[in-house]
Design a binder for this molecule. Structure first.
Ligand code: HEC
Ligand code: HEC
Ligand code: HEC
Length: 149
């Protein structure tokens, strides 16, 4: 009897561990963070800061506008707590050469494509004909602030 009870209690214990890890599953993301892909061994620019939560909530941009699947198809049903891949997992090329200056699989191009192109659209809608002035940042130093000496 006590042996059965022990086995039962162990089973409950194991089940609880599974539930607890289940609740913790998924990729965590800070509200605001410096986008710095650690795979860059000697980055040329200071990291850009992304107000992730503000973008998703206050600016009302959907997850799928930035996160997509292996075919580049928007992850429209993505939600907090899901497993999310980092851009560098697919956009694996860390350097540009003359031949692939515009290759979207180059991480820098993917980041710039997603962020700068969208910012230009936002600015054009806000009445800035070339989309370079603001309110959304499009110049190098706005995103990559010069390091203080
Ligand atoms: C809207 C914000 C934004 C703007 C504007 C912007 N960048 Fe970036 N840039 C990023 C982000 C985000 C990354 C990815 C950083 C990472 O993964 O570490 C990046 C990456 C890079 C990288 C590769 C990583 C490194 O540091 O070597 C270079 C080089 C770079 N940017 C240069 C520029 C230059 C030059 C300009 C202006 C023509 C510019 N960026 C404008 C956001 C921006
Ligand atoms: C404005 C574009 C944008 C929007 C909108 C956005 N994200 Fe992100 N998200 C990013 C970028 C860029 C990263 C950094 C990816 C990297 O480091 O490679 C990121 C990182 C994440 C990460 C952490 C990934 C990791 O492994 O570090 C999670 C989780 C995440 N986002 C979930 C979401 C969810 C859920 C939504 C919708 C509620 C969302 N994101 C909306 C651009 C966005
Ligand atoms: C699971 C793999 C995968 C991940 C993760 C991924 N991408 Fe992509 N991405 C692709 C592929 C493949 C394409 C090319 C699609 C095509 O050729 O039409 C692409 C295309 C793009 C494009 C050009 C098309 C467009 O939608 O404007 C941009 C910009 C881009 N990715 C940015 C990002 C950013 C930023 C992240 C991280 C938040 C990211 N990608 C994460 C696979 C991925």
């Amino acid at each position: 009897m006590t042996k059965k009870l022990l086995i039962f209690l162990m089973a409950v214990g194991i089940a609880l561990v599974f539930i607890a890890t289940g609740l913790q599953a998924g990729t965590e993301v800070a509200d605001t963070f410096e986008v710095r892909t650690k795979e860059y061994k000697s980055p040329k620019k200071s990291p850009a800061t992304l107000s992730h939560k503000k973008h998703a909530e206050d600016y009302g941009i959907s997850c799928g506008d930035c996160h997509h699947d292996k075919d580049g198809k928007a992850l429209a049903d993505l939600k907090m707590g899901d497993n999310v891949q980092r851009c560098v997992e697919c956009h694996t090329k860390l350097t540009k050469s003359k031949e692939d200056r515009k290759n979207i699989m180059v991480l820098e191009n993917a980041m710039h494509g997603n962020c700068i192109d969208y910012h230009k659209e936002v600015n054009i809608k806000a009445g800035d004909p070339k989309g370079r002035k603001g309110p959304a940042p499009t110049s190098c130093t706005k995103c990559h602030p010069k390091k203080k000496k």
